[in-house]
Design a binder for this molecule. Structure first.
Ligand SMILES: *Cc1c(COP(=O)(O)O)cnc(C)c1O
Length: 367
């Protein structure tokens, strides 16, 4: 008799919908018989990996090196991050991407008896990890596409263990000010963890965007997560980290897999961190790309949610899935966000200047 594995799986997992990733370039080339395909779907760095990191990787790919387990504690990367951020290495938890760290937090602090809290339109990983551990998600309606902090405060319940806040938020690109977030932290009960997901922090230049690092000293329940996947151009290698109170880091360290960050990822992150010039180039390119794309799309009559990230979210006032499919046929991969409850929006990552122009030309033809 066939076994119904869905029935014996954990209740939360049965209900889970898999994360929808951006389509890989190769897949679109294959399916549509296209040579030139531009991917503006996953908020990656269009400049690619830092040449410094790439060079280190090439030298490290020896039979002898790759046969060894990585440094389980990521000593060198933690030391480097600690020096740069003026924190102690004991405050750092490394992850296989920051997604890994987000999951460690959920697994270490929440279970079936608990709730996690986050905003409508917030990053898709928060509901996924919440459901996977069998916790209940409290989803707070957004305000102007962004986080409504006072509504989030009011929505806290006695079983709430973790609050997730993406600043800026993906997929909307909205962001919270220093003042608003600091106020919020003051009002959240000290036993509830506040996870500030700063995956795009390097791109933000707004003067009232928070420097959250000093808050770690005042709010032991604050966890900041960051990543090498976006501005540092290492999405394929998977490295992210959390900054927290050392006791929280100690707990996260207990739940993680012993070798959750591989040796090439560690090495690449160390070198990428050292390549300030490459990072600066990526930031400038992003600013130009965002201005160009926003302006071009707005002049076609569509509204762009103001974004401080390396992507924009656009209301195309039509079924976005159809437009997405048309763009695929023309060799452009963007990201539908219907799974976020935004069926008329598409999220578009900044590409290289010629990729952005390519996209705008194809978009004009698809509309
Ligand atoms: C891309 C992204 C991440 C980072 O994911 P990684 O696992 O580090 O690649 C985290 N949070 C948000 C909001 C993101 O958009």
């Amino acid at each position: 008799m066939a076994i119904d594995f869905f029935r014996i799986a954990n209740a939360g997992v049965q209900q889970l919908k898999p994360y929808q990733a951006g389509k890989p370039i190769e897949e679109v080339q294959r399916e549509y018989g296209l040579k030139q395909v531009v991917k503006l779907a996953s908020n990656e760095n269009p400049l690619g990996t830092s040449p410094k990191a790439l060079n280190a990787l090439k030298n490290a790919c020896t039979a002898e090196n790759l046969a060894r387990y990585p440094d389980s504690n990521g000593f060198r990367l933690k030391a480097q991050l600690a020096a740069k951020l003026k924190l102690s290495p004991q405050q750092i938890t490394l992850g296989n991407g920051s997604n890994d760290v987000l999951e460690l937090i959920a697994r270490a602090f929440a279970n079936e008896q608990h709730s996690t809290l986050f905003s409508q339109y917030a990053f898709a990983v928060y509901p996924i990890i919440t459901q996977a551990i069998g916790a209940r998600a409290i989803v707070v309606p957004a305000k102007d596409w962004g986080h409504d902090l006072s509504a989030m405060l009011a929505a806290i319940e006695t079983d709430t263990q973790v609050i997730f806040i993406a600043n800026p938020n993906n997929p909307t690109g909205t962001w919270l000010t220093q003042h608003a977030l600091h106020n919020f932290l003051h009002q959240v009960p000290a036993t509830i963890l506040v996870v500030l997901d700063e995956a795009y922090v390097e791109y933000v230049s707004e003067p009232d965007y928070p420097n959250s690092l000093p808050w770690l000293a005042d709010f032991p329940n604050l966890i900041i997560t960051r990543t090498f996947s976006k501005a540092y151009g290492l999405a394929g290698l998977r490295v992210g980290y959390a900054l927290s109170h050392p006791d929280i880091a100690d707990l996260l360290n207990r739940v993680r897999q012993p070798f959750n960050v591989n040796s090439l990822a560690l090495l690449a992150a160390e070198n990428a961190l050292d390549d300030g010039a490459h990072l600066q180039k990526a930031i400038e390119l992003n600013q130009q790309g965002r201005a160009y794309l926003s302006q071009a799309i707005e002049s076609m009559g569509f509204s762009v949610i103001p974004s401080v990230g390396n992507f924009i979210c656009v209301d195309f006032q039509q079924d976005a899935q159809t437009l997405y499919q048309k763009l695929l046929q023309h060799g452009v991969i963007v990201r539908p966000v219907a799974n976020y409850g935004l069926p008329q929006h598409l999220r578009i990552s900044m590409g290289l200047p010629d990729e952005n122009v390519f996209f705008i030309n194809k978009l004009a033809r698809c509309l």
